[in-house]
Ligand binder design. Sequence first.
Ligand code: CTP
Length: 403
Amino acid sequence: MATKSVLLIIGGGIAAYKSLELIRECAKRGIRTRAILTRAGAEFVTPLSVGSLTGEKCYTDLFDLTDEAEMGHIELSRAADLVVVAPATADLLSKPANGVAGDLASTALLATDKPVLFAPAMNVRMWAHPGVQRNVATLKEDGALFVGPNEGDMACGEYGAGRMAEPSEIADAVEAYFAASSDGRLKGRHVVVTAGPTHEPLDPVRYIANRSSGKQGYAIAAALAKLGARVTLVSGPTELPAPAGVDTVRVQTAREMMEATMSALPADAAICCAAVADYRPEIETNQKIKKERGGLSSIPLTENPDILRSISSLDVGRPGLVIGFAAETDDVLCNAEAKRKRKGCDWIIANDVSSGTGTMGGENNSVTVISEAGQESWENMPKARVADRLAAYIADALSKRAT
Ligand code: CTP
């Protein structure tokens, strides 16, 4: 049974015929392929041949409502482990580089949360064109992977760089990506992650909460698991599905989160990503508070336990690396560094949640990693990429501590 899968986007170029071979090459290596064939691609190969080789429906048009009912284009873009564009025409490179979507293929390229591997194929002069090269540079900066193009004779009669990499080379690149992404650097490690908001009940129907979506914490848990760690995710109430391969413990309140986190220890690292409510109503009533019985003019609050501080100050069984988050609205870096010291954690990840940059609930995050050694600001990027990079940093830090 294939464990990894690829979404193959076949663009409109003469090299499209080689993509049929690529599907077979992937199958030989135990990689399942599902394909999107662009309108131009369908001038070179047919949906029938693509569908026969993948053994799956070949997706061709964004507005095919039957397809949407079966599998929406967003789900299609995310169901695979890797997106491969082969042949990647100048047009297919330009759309994601410029945030443009017009058809199923370009929409999938913007909607995916997976890395994209491009195998460009075009005329030598087109490939050398500064506009194309600019788009390639942008895509690389955004984290895209490339294989080829190779140099050689071209279908148009010219010679030079622009030939699509051979199917076996593309399949090698796919395999290399899968090997690198599950290189097991955190194998044998246990990491505890807290995520999401907490709900602090006032009565059976009301609670105090915050805007945390849990997306960043879930992405971190998934990224750590990808590197081979055993991950316990202690999550407050969120809409998110449990990440694959992660032991997810669902809680409601700060006190429950504290208890679940502490009982998940020992761990090599703890990452407190949750937006824990600092306070809870002093009294929780079992009956709904009614206006006619006097209602409420104020809610007496009492402080919740601080999970991050408690883990950081453990004398026995403190994880080797404790990481906190600091969502701040002003004086972000100063406040975050003060918070790191106050809480006693090793690193703090600062992010600006003031309106305008607002990252709470969003797909992207701009963070600065602060440690004793200094500060490092990362460009704005999808939360999944923040998570991958952070997981790689954690793997590095733990391996250094071990030696
Ligand atoms: N945190 C925690 N338990 C709490 C409160 C916060 O574990 N009861 C953790 C969060 O998960 C985060 C870090 O502490 O990693 C900072 O959270 P934040 O709410 O910014 O800190 P506070 O101490 O609540 O400071 P502030 O006064 O800015 O709210």
